[in-house]
Design a binder for this molecule. Structure first.
Ligand SMILES: [Zn+2]
Length: 85
C-alpha cells in the first residue's frame, strides 16, 4: 500500500513510498520529507508545513500525507490523479 506525500498547494506528489524494501530507509516521516526538500515544494516552490494528524487522509487504497498550507485540502484535480492509480 503506497504512502504519498502531496503538496496541498499545488497537489503534486512530493514523495511516494511505494512498497517496503524500496530503499534502506523505510517509510519517511513528514519531517524527513520536509527536510529533504528544505521545506519547499519542488513543484510550486511554496513553503511546506508539517501536517498534523488531522491532515492525514487514509483512503481505501492510499495513504496521503498533505504538506503545505493549513487548513489542508486536496485539490480536485489531484484527487483525480490519485484515483487513477
Ligand atoms: Zn506545491
Amino acid at each position: 500500500m503506497p504512502i504519498r506525500y502531496v503538496c496541498s498547494n499545488c497537489g503534486e506528489t512530493i514523495f511516494e513510498f511505494k512498497y517496503v524494501g524500496q530503499d534502506y530507509y523505510g517509510i519517511p516521516t513528514p519531517k524527513e520529507i520536509y527536510n529533504l526538500y528544505g521545506g519547499i515544494c519542488p513543484h510550486c516552490h511554496k513553503e511546506l508545513k508539517l501536517p498534523s494528524i488531522e491532515d492525514i487522509e487514509i483512503r481505501p487504497r492510499l495513504h496521503v500525507y498533505s504538506l503545505g498550507k493549513m487548513p489542508v485540502s486536496i485539490p480536485t484535480r489531484a484527487t483525480g490523479e490519485l484515483a487513477q492509480s
